[in-house]
Design a protein around this ligand. Structure first.
Ligand SMILES: [Zn+2]
Ligand SMILES: [Zn+2]
Length: 297
């Protein structure tokens, strides 16, 4: 195996047939880590998993040796909203996400900062996000005594009024929060590229890393969402695609992996298959990444 640390690589797994199924799926694919939702990401209300289910999940995860576990928040919440009704609904749901992340012993809870409201400024949105996540931190800590997971803010491709396009925007959230030590970042390669960071080149990656270093610090990088995209550089369109087959391409990923192979890598590439079976595309994409790492050194 050489001197390389054990590769941390996985995919977003389905909980359609229960939370444990996500673990079996990751294991079957030969993953060492995984990402999942704790509930359907497109609805506001859902039935909470029982304590027994969660205990069984944690035990199985230990047995299968899957680490880290990242939980992605639902798509509906918008913590940057200035519309009280949406903001409050978001806060309630996000608090549940925080509690579930702690109960599932997740390592990371990944979220997008959301979109600021029409007629408002980006600063208004940033203020809403900070107040929302601080509320969730306070409540969760009050309930559990402490929090063991890190909240990861993910960069987005920046269409519309979305916040979190740049790492200086993300830095504002982290350092305005009362809990900066409990927050890290997740870099999504498809989003970064679609926003306009040309991470297919050494210069582009150096610029991105410099921005992170000066605004946030490299230590805050905790997770990479490794995705190709069919959206051209700077197009601001979010369209994930198979590794090496999109605009980032094989050479682009070789460059990316020279810098990021030591981090946990999670793929959110298209499944192209019904959720009741393991995607052959996941297998192909994982193999592709492993190959590229071997050939990128
Ligand atoms: Zn995401
Ligand atoms: Zn992502």
């Amino acid at each position: 195996m050489g001197v390389r640390k054990r590769l941390k690589i996985g995919v977003h797994c389905s909980i359609r047939k229960g939370h444990k199924n996500a673990l079996y799926e990751a294991y079957e694919l030969g993953c060492s880590c995984l990402q999942m939702f704790t509930h359907s990401p497109r609805i506001w209300k859902f039935i909470l998993p029982s304590e027994k289910e969660i205990e069984e999940f944690k035990l199985l995860r230990k047995q299968l040796g899957l680490s880290p576990l990242a939980i992605h928040t639902a798509y509906l919440p918008n913590p940057a909203s200035s519309i009280q009704e949406i903001y409050k609904k978001t806060r309630d749901l996000l608090l549940l996400e925080f509690e579930l992340a702690e109960m599932f012993s997740a390592d990371y809870l990944v979220m997008h900062p959301g979109s600021y409201s029409e007629g408002k400024k980006i600063q208004d949105g940033l203020r809403q996000v900070v107040s929302c996540i601080d509320y969730c931190f306070e409540k969760t800590i009050a309930k559990f005594g402490n929090i063991h997971f890190k909240l990861l803010l993910e960069n987005v491709c920046g269409n519309g009024r979305k916040i979190g396009r740049t790492f200086s925007e993300i830095a504002e959230i982290i350092f305005r929060s009362k809990f900066p030590k409990k927050i890290g970042i997740c870099i999504d390669t498809a989003h970064a590229f679609a926003f306009g960071y040309n991470i297919t080149t050494e210069e582009g990656i150096s610029e991105l890393l410099y921005e992170i270093k000066t605004n946030i610090g490299h230590k805050k990088i905790m997770l990479i969402h490794l995705n190709d995209t069919t959206s051209p550089l700077g197009s601001r369109i979010d369209r994930h695609y198979h590794i090496g087959k999109g605009c980032i391409g094989i050479e682009g990923f070789k460059t990316i992996l020279r810098y990021f192979a030591e981090y946990p890598l999670l793929l959110e590439t298209p499944k192209e298959t019904s959720f009741d079976r393991v995607s052959p595309y996941d297998k192909k994409n994982l193999d592709m990444v492993r190959n590229l790492i071997t050939h990128s050194q």
